[in-house]
Design a protein around this ligand. Structure first.
Ligand code: SF4
Length: 55
């Protein structure tokens, strides 16, 4: 399991520092590496637009 960021991401950067495994990458929209995500939900909890959810 991994969390995913939808195309509605506004690339605000709020989530990136919350990830304990550094699985989130910056970009036009942010993305999560499904190989290293441990499914903790920390990023989803802080996302101001609610675009991060479990796969
Ligand atoms: Fe990182 Fe946890 Fe979000 Fe996975 S669910 S990307 S481990 S903060």
């Amino acid at each position: 399991m991994a969390y995913v960021i939808s195309e509605d991401c506004i690339a605000c950067g709020t989530c990136i520092d919350e990830c304990p495994t550094s699985s989130i990458s910056e970009g036009e929209i942010y993305s999560i590496d499904s190989e290293t995500c441990i499914d903790c939900g920390a990023c989803s909890d802080v996302c101001p637009t609610g675009v991060i959810s479990p796969l």
